[in-house]
Write a protein that binds this ligand. Structure first.
Ligand code: SAH
Ligand code: SF4
Ligand code: F3S
Length: 445
């Protein structure tokens, strides 16, 4: 019987990309994917460390696996448990201490070694840990073949971060910035497109700081890379995330004006609308500079829309500072967003600051902010009722077999009823209803 594996993923898109690569590794070893926990011979948890809650998710998942394993020991059929990702990187051996049945701990840039580690666990019945930051070896040694074809694919072009925002664990969990060579990225993009991908989302924690080595040893920035990818036949859409305001550059602005495939939606996190707080966070830009970027890009691409991340309740955030965040939202009118209360993370500089805002106050501020963000998202979606919209259909997240789902150029989730066979197609459709987070269509035009 074929052996089975399961990968459970927490965290950002970069972890989603890594989990797909981990799946490719096991498929290449002859394992089969399963969604049923207790069927798995290998269970991988790919973890996130960004907020305190993220870590708890690992230990509650491990609790579940412990129970499955206890029953399995009776049948003498052990499950190999792997903890991968950012908690693995941050906590290391501590995970073995808290969960001694874990077999392997691998970091975000050492999971390419899993085939060998699995072999060693089976042979020696010992625990193994690999936490090197070795992004070059990671990308060199991952399987080139993809076992699951997708309409919309992530493509990690850059690892790590050198920015050290004071609240953030990423520079510690993902290591220093590393940009993949241009040729390697183009090859991966062409391969994806040949296998059915219509949309590529370029990923990096700081994706517009990309500076990879290209042809004739020339360095390429993100803008230049996108001009190259635009030429790939069969590829219809290009997006990138997460961009940092400090790293917007001329080629990237121009790309938004020149390139048809580059979508008019930009995730550009500001975190706070107060210069005092931005400075305390070490974000290295002011609100004015941020707004200048927004205005500049709007001149180049008139219909572009924006999304952002926000942190409320950062140490020292007064009611006035918070009000400035609300004012900024009124100015930009984001069409999507992610917002969080500040979560102190051990190891970061901000961890030692006095966390002086009461948790209830933080929650209250988050509630107020989210209501405002919701208002603009709803308002934006309402604009599309009775209007045509181009949608790339991608049914992978669809549970209702009697409809198709896809995304508009502006990243709105769109559903169309009674149409099942639109997978991979871009259609111009007429919108009937709008909701806070999605749109509903009647017909193809
Ligand atoms: N590289 C991206 C963000 C990556 S982390 C950027 O610089 O914008 C994703 C988001 O998680 C951040 O934008 C921030 O809003 C949130 N986040 C990160 N650390 C956090 C913390 N300690 N507490 C609360 N939210 C946090
Ligand atoms: Fe974290 Fe700042 Fe780097 Fe984003 S830019 S990953 S918030 S340190
Ligand atoms: Fe989380 Fe690591 Fe991503 S900490 S947000 S999974 S880079």
């Amino acid at each position: 019987m074929l052996k089975k594996f399961k990968v459970k993923t927490f965290g950002c898109q970069m972890n989603v990309y890594d989990s797909k690569k981990i799946s490719d590794i096991f498929c290449s070893l002859g394992y089969k994917n399963t969604f049923v926990d207790k069927e798995a011979d290998i269970y991988v948890i790919n973890t996130c460390h960004i907020r305190n809650k993220s870590k708890h998710k690992l230990y509650s998942e491990l609790g579940k696996i412990y129970k499955i394993n206890k029953n399995r020991f009776k049948d003498n059929k052990n499950m190999i448990t792997v903890v991968a990702g950012c908690v693995a990187q941050a906590e290391g051996e501590e995970i073995f201490r808290r969960a001694p049945f874990v077999d392997i701990i691998v970091g975000s840039q050492s999971y390419q070694r899993l085939p060998n580690l699995i072999k060693k666990v089976k042979k020696k019945n010992k625990q193994f840990i690999e936490l090197d930051f070795d992004p070059k070896s990671k990308f060199d040694n991952l399987p080139k073949k993809k076992y699951i074809n997708e309409v919309s694919s992530y493509l990690t072009i850059q690892e790590g971060c050198n920015k050290f925002c004071k609240f953030c664990v990423v520079p510690y969990t993902r290591g220093p910035e590393y940009s993949r060579p241009v040729e390697e990225i183009v090859r991966e993009a062409e391969f994806l497109t040949k296998n059915g991908t219509k949309e590529i989302i370029l990923l990096g924690q700081n994706v517009n700081a990309y500076h990879g080595i290209g042809f004739r040893n020339k360095e390429f920035n993100l803008g230049q890379l996108i001009y190259l990818l635009e030429k790939i036949k069969g590829l219809k859409r290009i997006r990138y995330m997460t961009a940092h305001p400090k790293d917007m550059h001329k080629d990237l602005y121009n790309a938004h004006g020149d390139l048809e495939k580059l979508m008019p939606f930009l995730h550009l996190p500001i975190q706070s609308g107060s210069n005092k707080i931005l400075k305390a966070m070490n974000r290295n830009y002011t609100v004015d500079e941020y707004l200048k970027i927004i205005n500049k890009i709007k001149k180049i691409r008139k219909d572009i829309v924006f999304s952002s991340d926000f942190i409320v309740g950062y140490p020292g955030e007064s009611k006035k500072d918070f009000q400035k965040t609300l004012d900024l939202v009124d100015k930009v009118q984001y069409v999507q967003s992610f917002s969080f209360t500040y979560s102190p993370r051990p190891g970061t500089t901000a961890y030692n600051l006095k966390n002086n805002i009461d948790e209830n106050e933080k929650k209250e501020r988050l509630y107020i902010l989210q209501n405002k963000l919701k208002f603009y998202q709803e308002k934006f979606n309402k604009n599309f009722v009775k209007k045509p919209l181009e949608v790339l259909f991608n049914n992978s997240s669809n549970t209702n077999r009697n409809q198709s789902v896809g995304y508009s150029q502006y990243m709105q989730l769109v559903r169309i009823k009674n149409k099942r066979d639109l997978q991979g197609r871009i259609e111009n459709i007429k919108i009937k209803k709008s909701f806070y987070k999605s749109l509903e269509a009647i017909s193809i035009i």
